[in-house]
Design a protein around this ligand. Sequence first.
Ligand SMILES: Nc1ncnc2c1ncn2[C@@H]1O[C@H](COP(=O)(O)OP(=O)(O)OP(=O)(O)O)[C@@H](O)[C@H]1O
Length: 754
Amino acid sequence: MPQLAIDATCLPQYDKLDRPTRERLIAATRKFRELPLEALLAHPDLRIRRLPAGQDPRIRTFRISDGWTGVMLAPESGETFLLVHLLPRDSAEDWAGEQRHDVNTVMGTLERRNAAALGRVVGRGDVAAPVQAGGAGPPGEAVPAPASDPEPSGGPVVARPDEAALFDHVSNHDLRRLGVDAEIRRFCRTLTTEEELEGWRAALPQDQYEVLSHLAEGLPVERVLREVVEPRRPRVGAVAADDYDTAIRNTRERVIVVNDDQEIEDVLAGEFNAWRIYLHPKQRDLAYRPRFNGPAKVSGGPGTGKTVVALHRVKFLAEHLPLGGRVLLTSFTNALVESLKRNLALLLPAELIEDVDVITADKLAMNVVKEEQPDVSFWSDNDVRGLLANVAQRHGLRWSADFLFQEYRHVIMAHGITTVDGYLDPDARRGRSLALDTAQRRDVWHAIADARVRMRRNRRLPSLELHAEAARILDGRAEKPYTNVVIDEAQDLHPTQWRTLRAAAAPGANDLFIAGDNRQRIYDNTVSFKQLGIRIVGRSYPLRVNYRTTGEILAWAGEILRGQQVSELGEPVPEPAGTTRSVLRGRPPEVRAARDLADELDALAERVRGWLADGIAPGDVCVTTRTHRLRNAVVRELTERGVPAAAFQASKDTVTDASPAVRVTTMHSVKGLEFRAIAVFGVTADALPNMEHVTDAEVDEQQHEADLAAQRSLLYVACTRARESLYVSWHGEPSPFLPRAAVNGAVRRGPARR
Ligand SMILES: Nc1ncnc2c1ncn2[C@@H]1O[C@H](COP(=O)(O)OP(=O)(O)OP(=O)(O)O)[C@@H](O)[C@H]1O
């Protein structure tokens, strides 16, 4: 009986199918298991066809629906079909005609290349062209300028007279040992930059691309052999160049051989997301490294897979726990924690999940404190501000509640100061713009100390106090609650939260694994790992390849942060040079300057209708706003304009659920999430920055700047959630955070363009 395997690289396409098409695809794949080979090939609904012309005689297409076509590799020997792509019908044949599959005899894997595109470059001796949008590829996928002929024996054929080639430092002999075949050896000699290599990613044989990307990053040949090639080698014997069946089964990183109906449905229905099996070797190296000798940090721009690495790290740690050990996986908000929980459930078997707690740092602190003081309850920052105003009045002080709160949060609690002498230390207030003499400091200290006594007496503690208490309790315990702590979205944590997390696991190998990105810091916390006793030195790893967002959107959003200094996560130094690059290409963002609110809403409705008409599922479209009030208004107004819309609460609603409504949510809530299409609505001067949430420059100049930077990052975060399409609009005065060129080039008046 035939068997079906699925190449995980086609799974993102499944997200793009509407429900009836998904059902038809699942029904079609079932036939591959139920029918004998001859019946299958002759099945009238499937219409399995050879291509009239093409690079690979094994490729077949089959009909999923009127609009969608499946592309697969049919067996010449054996009975394993490999589903390689799902494409709109009108582009499927063009794409399939350019591809060729080969067995990599060094690694024993099956790889696909765009033989037509590679052949054109190698054959003509051209300079390698960067990837262009459009072409025959699926929307949003990098598509190289398309054409084939194998390497004639001999050295490089393409010379770049003025530039050093990217792989000059690697001999053909070594490339051959690493599984790079003749055609790709010739091709890679044409490349001069890592960006060019990445632009060609979709056209290159997958495993050879990994080898080349490691070499391009400067890794020595022996290490690439050990870390990329060896793990892929077949467990039993070599795989012959024509043994596709064995190669398919040996391509464990990308190919899932599905054995029963349930498995097929699980895989296709997204229960088997690509990130679960396919990691970039650099990501895999970090996630599955047996031992870091202390805290390790993974940083990187949006969409570089930090969360994916953190999840896999949890898997590794859970699999290697000592008896009675536990892992903590934590993130900044309840919504993010919920999303981590859902994803972890896809990655770990239930028995391992039992050994992992997925909670916010605040929840951990509350749990720890409640063990000793069960009657303690939570107080909001606003409650604290009210109390401080009260105390200031009682002490006859002239400072505002805001100023006292900043002093409490960013000086006393951030530095863990517990005595008046500590607060009088000349270093304690370093960086605060408003100078205080000794007498004034004493007054401020006593007022805040008074407020703190009242909070404790009333058993009502804000997050800052809970953490101070939790860290004290945990520091005093010989037995720590966790063996390992994994922290995602680390950029927003306050020093008090870090102290709790630091104290939650004993210092030692694999104690803390930290993932974050300071560009995405949307709260006002800055930390110094050194001061917190978190010693990262030598264990800091940047990720630079964005897998989520098209290059066009990423570059556009990057302009929002242009000229802003981004410091390294947990270090008071600027982030080292090196940009995040995207592997995807698509359309540039659309920008709309509306006449008034009604015009902005009309244009939004039209834009969203356009996305839905393009086949994007409503649940894959998200509209974000600066405030809850505007969010609610957008839901109402879109619904009135006939566009199905619902308020989305990330902590309750899943991103993947099949609700037939467009999601509308706040910019804070989209942190850590992603959607095919994002509309950022109401980007006006009074919404971004919203001065209600910015410390007055007169209260504290430095804090004022930090608050503005956090709001700028908020816009950046919202825009970088988009996978394929970004739309930004405002009416009236545009936000000063918007790139100037975007404001000048915005569509004004008239109907919005599709
Ligand atoms: N190696 C990979 N190959 C393909 N897709 C990947 C890979 N790594 C991550 N992804 C995908 O890229 C997207 C972004 O990943 P993830 O959310 O982990 O990034 P992140 O760095 O945490 O992003 P952010 O900081 O913006 O929240 C996800 O859709 C993920 O599945």
